[in-house]
Design a binder for this molecule. Structure first.
Ligand code: BTN
Length: 323
């Protein structure tokens, strides 16, 4: 995008609803009023609703629901996470692209796409990634042993849940990696690791959030179990603002994680959990455990007490509720 266009968008967005004169815009950007007008016409074509009056100037009423990296960067108040953002209108999967570039980019790099053609969920499932969602991957390079990576999923669950709560949604975490609102899935997390022997090289943390997603456009099988932010709020949200808040929330938790304050993370996870206290059926590649979910350990495992009163600690698996 040209710098002038970006500049005009920024000036108009900074004063949504109030007029900015063509002269002011022109002076600030070093272009003529006629040139400003040209840009305004092009922006209107791209879905920006801008009214104009010869006396007062241009007023931005609404803007299209797109991820705008400049806007996102200007709203992101972090030191590490999201200092480098790679935006793509379409990708196969942000996790794939993040894995490809991970060795070459700094920790905290974000890969974000408007849509994914081959979005991936856990256990080899397809993750439908239509327009309006937030499909992003964070590249993390903590020096931790391989077995600590499950904790990152917990960290991400807390961050997403907190940012949903900030916009007034009563979100909870379903172990290990789903975020629910009113019992329906609004977000899924896919943590992928590249490690040598026991030490982690990098982690790609994929987060998929049904933000401004029309649930009716999702596949029939998932429609009944899924929800979206726009559905719950009955309005389209500003995804740039939401992603900025998510990156901030993630960074807060990640700092705790890196400074070995995992006990705080466990407490917070339990407080936000939908799973603790429920009867669950956990499936892992080697076994099925049924019982009551009672806690999370310092290692990030779910503790399930079965009918023989045996305590099972499970680091990874899928979870169903038994009612
Ligand atoms: C799940 O609940 O099964 C996990 C879903 C994870 C989806 C996200 S969207 C961004 C990132 N890229 C992918 O291909 N998958 C993750």
């Amino acid at each position: 995008m040209s710098d002038k266009r970006k500049g005009i968008i920024k000036l108009l967005r900074d004063s949504v609803g109030t007029p900015v004169s063509g002269q002011d815009i022109g002076d600030k950007l070093g272009i003529s009023r006629a040139m400003v007008w040209k840009y305004i016409k092009a922006l209107r074509k791209d879905g920006y609703h801008i009214s104009s009056s010869p006396r007062t100037g241009y007023v931005l009423a609404t803007y299209p629901d797109i991820i705008d990296v400049d806007e996102l960067e200007s709203k992101t108040n972090t030191r590490l996470i999201g200092k480098n953002i790679r935006y793509y209108p379409e990708l196969i999967s942000t996790n794939n692209t993040a894995s490809e570039i991970a060795p070459l980019v700094p920790e905290g790099t974000v890969v974000i796409a408007e849509t994914q053609k081959g979005g991936r969920g856990r256990m080899g499932t397809e993750w439908q990634s239509i327009k309006g969602g937030i499909w992003l991957s964070l590249i993390l390079k903590p020096s931790i042993p391989l077995e600590s990576t499950a904790k990152i999923t917990l960290v991400a669950g807390i961050a997403v849940t907190n940012s949903l709560r900030e916009i007034g949604l009563n979100a909870n975490i379903k172990w290990p990696n789903d975020v629910l609102v009113k019992g329906k899935k609004i977000c899924g997390i896919l943590t992928e690791v590249s490690a040598e022997v026991e030490k982690v090289d990098y982690i790609v943390l994929g987060i998929g959030i049904n933000a401004n997603v029309n649930v009716q456009e999702l596949r029939q099988e998932i429609r009944d179990y899924a929800t979206s932010i726009s559905k719950e709020k009955s309005k389209t949200i500003d995804r740039n603002e939401f992603v900025a808040s998510l990156l901030y929330e993630f960074e807060q938790q990640y700092i705790k994680f890196k400074t070995h304050h995992f006990a705080d993370i466990v407490d917070e996870w339990i407080a936000l959990s939908d799973t603790i206290g429920k009867n669950v059926k956990i499936t892992t590649p080697s076994r099925i455990i049924e019982g009551r979910a009672v806690s999370i350990t310092e290692k990030g495992s779910l503790v399930v007490v079965d009918s023989n009163n045996k305590r099972n600690e499970i680091i990874a698996g899928t979870c169903r509720y038994n009612y």
